[in-house]
Write a protein that binds this ligand. Structure first.
Ligand code: FAD
Ligand code: SF4
Length: 470
């Protein structure tokens, strides 16, 4: 009878799913958050006010029908909820786990004003995981097949979003990826404590059963030419991500012991999953003093992976204050709980060491006037130099697009900063300057989020459907 109470949001506060105990969390690469139970998810979902104009849907980049599926899960109707989740989102179980909800759907929730936002992300994860466990699968039996085939380069969220919409509209997608598994950075960047690899392995099975073809271990430009794809398919979608590591541009970045963040994370996934080909790629931090430079999701993943890999200490230096960190607040809080020490307002100016890294020289910063993006620019406090001792430095300053050279020969325009030009607002959404080629995700917008890559892939698929006139 509780669930008929319209003032549930006052009587029942926001509760997040329980976390695993700290010993398990800091010693194993397992998901930190456990799942909601049936009653708990219903009671939390029922806190939704069902606002006439749901701000959460606007805050969600794929515009999920959030209040509608919260109502379904409140009523225990998880199968219909899963069906509805999949109408707007290709990977709801992934987004439920890794979206920075505090900046997106939950940040926009009306109750995020003293009462505590509805736990939207955890509900989305619950719905999809539970429906899958009960045997629910996308039903494509009504789909009328066409004779059109589209090559999708990249099995990251952008490519998968595109392939999902295409196959549901009768167009055959063939997805090429150089990696042996699908997911892109979901699989090879994001560590297991946020998302266990079994999630994408189940997804691969589901996509395959839906009729999506995967050509893995196949690098376009090496194993198969772009030209071949242009000749053999009706259109091509590119979702190849951003893989140029940004540098600090200060002395000492080449010292032994200084590593880019992504190779460190990827090597660890490969070892954990038994996918390792070259053991020398693994970077051991056991017993070492690790300093992580940066304040985004990648920095947080390096921090927390280092803790799990037995580092003696993990210190994260970031040049702005905590308020201005770009990463998810939830994951910063998790990192703190797990023992990461944060030094805010510290800007690295040199990595010091004689033959190998021994420390990071930083200066203290204070925030000045906002820059063109509205973020306050850090300014150096004179005489504030100090050296943080370090045996390993992990550099997580972000990524820039690295469009392959072969694009230039195919009339695909790129911007000065490297992004492929594929505007959303034009006759065929996300079409490039080559009419047969569409693009989306990080390689178009610069490194961002899983959910924005999914959105662009799905929108590009609509552009392709219009272009192919199906
Ligand atoms: P990618 O995921 O990079 O996928 C591109 C794919 O293209 C790759 O699989 C690559 O192998 C393939 N490819 C490239 N070139 C070729 C070629 N020539 N031939 C064949 N295949 C090719 N986002 C969140 O929302 N939440 C998070 O918690 C989060 N954490 C992150 C943690 C880390 C460490 C990193 C690096 C990123 C994180 N992100 C997070 C960002 C998110 O993962 C990306 O924004 C998203 O994956 C981009 O999707 P994409 O499809 O554009 O590219
Ligand atoms: Fe929130 Fe992300 Fe789900 Fe949208 S996709 S409802 S932003 S968790």
């Amino acid at each position: 009878e509780r669930l008929s109470n319209d003032f549930q949001f006052i009587e029942v506060g926001r509760v997040d799913p329980p976390k695993k105990d700290i010993i398990t969390r800091t010693n194993e690469f397992v998901e930190v958050y456990q799942s909601f139970g049936e009653r708990q998810v219903a009671s939390q979902a029922h806190r939704c006010l069902d606002c006439g104009n749901p701000y959460c849907e606007t805050g969600c980049p794929v515009h999920n029908y959030i209040p509608n599926w919260l109502k379904l899960v409140t009523d225990g109707n998880v199968m219909e909820a899963a069906e509805l989740c999949h109408q707007t989102n290709t990977l709801p179980e992934v987004c439920g786990r890794v979206c920075p909800q505090d900046r997106l759907c939950e940040g926009a929730c009306t109750l995020n004003d003293g009462f505590g936002a509805v736990t939207i992300g955890s509900a989305e994860k619950y719905i999809t995981d539970t429906a899958f466990a009960l045997g629910w699968r996308p039903d494509l039996s009504h789909v009328q097949k066409t004779d059109k085939r589209v090559a999708v380069i990249g099995a990251g969220p952008a490519g998968l979003g595109c392939a999902d919409v295409l196959v549901r509209n009768g167009v055959q997608p063939v997805v090429f990826d150089k990696y042996p598994e699908i997911g892109g950075l979901i699989t090879f960047g994001i560590p297991e404590f946020k998302l266990e690899k079994s999630v994408m392995q189940l997804r691969r099975q589901i996509f395959t059963d839906m009729g999506i073809e995967f050509c893995l271990n196949t690098e376009v430009g090496v194993d198969i030419s772009f030209e071949e794809l242009l000749n053999d398919y009706d259109a091509v979608f590119m979702g190849m991500g951003t893989y140029n590591y940004m540098k600090g541009g200060f002395p000492g970045e080449d010292l032994p012991g200084v590593h880019d963040a992504l190779p460190f994370l990827v090597a660890n996934v490969n070892r954990n999953m038994g996918w390792e080909k070259n053991p020398e790629e693994f970077i051991s931090v056991e017993g070492k003093r690790v300093v992580v430079l940066g304040g985004g999701d990648t920095a947080m993943d390096c921090n927390r992976s280092s803790i799990r890999l037995g580092a003696r200490s993990v210190t994260c230096a970031y040049r702005r204050d905590e308020e201005n960190m770009p990463g998810s607040r939830r994951e910063v809080a998790n990192a703190k709980e797990e023992g990461v020490k944060f030094l805010f307002n510290r800007q690295p100016v040199e990595i010091v060491g004689d033959g190998a890294v021994s420390g990071v020289k930083v200066v203290t910063t204070q925030l000045g006037e906002p820059d063109e993006n509205g973020r306050r620019r850090p300014q150096v406090v004179p005489g504030s130099e100090e050296v943080i001792p370090a045996d390993i430095v992990l550099v997580a300053f972000g990524f820039r697009p690295n469009p392959p050279e072969w694009l230039a020969g195919h009339d695909v325009e790129t911007a000065d900063w490297g992004g492929v030009v594929a505007p959303e607002k034009q006759q065929f959404k996300f079409q490039t300057s080559n009419e047969k080629v569409f693009a989306g995700g990080d390689m178009v917008r610069g490194s961002d989020l899983v959910v924005t890559a999914i959105w662009e892939g799905r929108q590009a698929a609509e552009g392709i459907l219009d272009y192919l006139d199906v």
